[in-house]
Design a protein. Structure first.
Lengths: 462, 462
């Protein structure tokens, strides 16, 4: 039997799993069936996939023991996977619009995974308006980070609309970890702690705009309930790139500025806007070139998001200054410092969650904003074109809302995950990002031309 | 704010709740819409119900704190219930047959309730074959037992097919507890413990065929997983009554005999039939005449089910002898002994679950078999006739399968709930009950005429 020890960061997501704070991520993919797909397109897809008996790693791996207190959790290869459990066929009630889809996805994302089963679930959802269908694909964070999840999903799609025989996702093998030089292998625990200590000192440097002590209290940073909401937004990539180019900043800075803008309005609306800026934790890939293997290889940088700045252009400038300092800190790291950095950057949040103080003390940051780069080209599932892929993320006590972006075929798809009780009117966050972009474009002297699809908001809140 | 302390037995179901062993029960109701119901019958029903803002007790009550360790949990009236959360509209994929319905219901029944919300969930499910629809209604056992759950559901239906304006279930108020004589009020803890001790001595009397020490080990009585399966079966009441009358036993004895027969064959099939008889815990209502109030008012009797007896008529005779002794013990109790009896009869199982030894030690009983009496007359929801109402019950470590019956309009509806991993081929249990009845009828010289609907088996296992 194949048996793999989880890395410390992968293992942390097993240890953090709890009934009210599950540690799974998901992708919501929206497909447009081929013109001559037939009325039974989705039913045939599910029925063909059910017949498939093969399964590849990491799809066939389950936890040796689901206990969160196990110090070194292991994955073992499952000999007899219960695929009927993992592949589920659902139908939306009519009219199959964004309200119905949003309600369903919010419920699916609220349900904890059974940690004794394989660590993924695939929901094929038919009945969307305009004859579309969706796939909601759930992974436990202990086996994937954003990059490896998207690699696994995109491997299951085809570059050609003519390829009508795409195999199920779970046949696709994950890329292996590339050859690692000896100096890059997992350091010992004392070495990691020492390195982590150095990294933490780095965070606290007085010239850094992004220390871990700068997050103000807001209603988004208290205790949370077990239920989730999910909303989506999408932007034309050309629009975002033109904005970034004109302002001389990165595309990630523009996204942070849109999040800052929408959170500023949202908190103003409930008269809870702090005088100092909210901060965001921004996961940054620490993968070596070409490493698309499963598991987590990510570190956090922390940045202000300018919620205290009314002028969108000035907000963007301040954000860009902050992220440049943080990025230089990370880019300056020696390769062998990357794993300790990753652990150190997560460690304070993990320690807070494990000790139960999250959501009770002053927050370390106010929101997570992450961006997973996807591909430029169209992708197809048996001829059905992938229109959008929206990531659904984790939220936890002290951090009730998370913005996750995925770029695909010329659009930036934003999935906003939040605690149902903390963020009851979540549509405002999705719509607010579009407003913030219009304001930014206007401030930069660009012609603001709102994307009509930006009103295509999946929203569970009524 | 209205605040009610839970009775000790109601509170036990809060304290026993855990992620892998949730303590909810449910009813799966199958409806046939009126001939001229229109294509939008179900959609209009859901949309009308969503507009309703009123809500009555016990539907509007939530736990003051969802902690399982609270010694005396309280219910409080919720001022602002999140009804969009509690009413859910689902659609079955085509062909909407028993396989699709069984898979969906099994998944719904596997999902733990959010103990911070109101303690019920209502799923309206359309897309069943023959234009039917279903309602899966979930309650936490801390607010209802079988009788009070069925009373609440049936109050939401109408006696007339012409009544097209039935209000949602959660408008129906639960009957109040009838006037209790002073001697019947809740006794003090020491008084209860003393009485419980006397009751436990009663269980151990040498002339009783049904002591708590008689259950053999079987594969159905080990640890269980978090996922469930659900299967159904139904019988013509006239058939069961004729069988009971010919044999001179009660209808409950016949049901126990069918369970014994099907478990005998199932265990033989996996070469795991013990030489001594399996035993069943049989909940028995301890309600005073006319008491249909919410909460739990039930005690357990224990009976052999004759799995070691090949001859169905002899099996039935032995079961009847055993249940007669057990029933006399309970019927002989003074009214003021009923609450202590109820607690004492549950106490050993509850103590085992709370201490985590359930499923590890020799079982106290092998299955739960319960029968909730319903009504004789047809019931309607806006003109849609209720065809069947199948109860879905709790299973727990040491007791992986539960048979629950509900009689309605001339049929006995059996819902079989089981642990997904322990009972992978559950259809056999449902079909086995029909075979057992045919054998029994044959043995008694009755003409066996299998109900064609008895093959209408909701089954999640493929």
């Amino acid at each position: 039997m194949n048996r793999t020890k989880l890395t410390p960061l992968d293992a942390a997501f097993v240890q953090l799993e709890s009934p009210g704070v599950p540690m799974h991520v998901a992708g919501l993919m929206i497909f447009e069936p081929p013109a001559k797909g037939g009325a039974d397109f989705v039913r045939t897809l599910v029925s063909d996939w059910r017949k498939e008996t093969r399964i590849a790693a990491p799809w066939n791996q389950k936890l040796e023991s689901p206990s969160r207190w196990q110090l070194a959790p292991c994955l073992k290869t499952c000999q007899d996977p219960d695929l009927e459990y993992h592949l589920r066929h659902l139908v939306l009630p009519k009219p199959g619009g964004q309200v119905e889809l949003g309600q369903l996805v919010a419920r699916l994302h609220s349900q904890p995974m059974d940690m004794r089963k394989l660590l993924w679930e695939c929901y094929v959802i038919e009945g969307l308006a305009e004859n579309r269908f969706a796939i909601y694909m759930k992974f436990h964070h202990s086996i994937v980070d954003g990059i490896s999840a998207s690699v696994l999903l995109m491997k299951g799609l085809s570059d050609s609309a003519k390829d009508r025989k795409t195999s199920p996702f779970w046949i696709q093998t994950a890329p292996e970890k590339p050859f690692q030089p000896a100096s890059f292998k997992m350091p010992s625990v004392p070495a990691m702690l020492g390195a982590a200590n150095n990294v933490l000192k780095l965070f606290g440097r007085s010239d850094s705009l992004t220390t871990l002590r700068s997050a103000p209290r807001t209603p988004l940073n208290g205790p949370i309930g077990a239920q989730r909401r999910f909303a989506t937004q999408n932007f034309d990539m050309t629009r975002l790139k033109a904005t970034a180019k004109t302002a001389g900043v990165s595309l990630n800075d523009v996204v942070l500025c849109l999040v800052g803008g929408t959170l500023r309005k949202y908190l103003q609306g409930i008269t809870a806007l702090p005088t100092e800026s909210l901060t965001a934790a921004v996961p940054m890939s620490l993968r070596a070139e070409g490493d698309l293997s499963p598991g987590n290889s990510v570190g956090m940088i922390y940045s202000i998001i300018g919620t205290n700045v009314a002028d969108p252009v000035l907000r963007l400038k301040k954000i860009s200054q902050a992220t440049n300092v943080a990025k230089q800190q990370v880019l300056g790291l020696e390769p062998e410092m990357r794993v300790p950095y990753s652990i150190a950057s997560f460690a304070p949040a993990i320690a807070r969650m494990l000790t139960g103080v999250s959501g009770k003390k002053k927050p370390m940051f106010n929101a997570v904003v992450s961006n997973v780069p996807g591909g430029r080209d169209d992708k197809y599932l048996r001829g059905a074109r992938l229109l959008h892929c929206y990531p659904a993320n984790i939220v936890f006590p002290g951090m009730a809302t998370s913005f996750t972006c995925y770029s695909h075929a010329g659009t930036l798809n934003v999935g906003i995950t939040a605690c149902r009780d903390t963020v009851p009117s979540m549509q405002k966050l999705a719509l607010g990002m579009e407003e913030a972009l219009c304001e930014l474009e206007h401030g930069l002297g660009l012609e603001a031309h709102a994307n009509p699809r930006s009103l295509d908001v999946v929203e569970a809140a009524l």
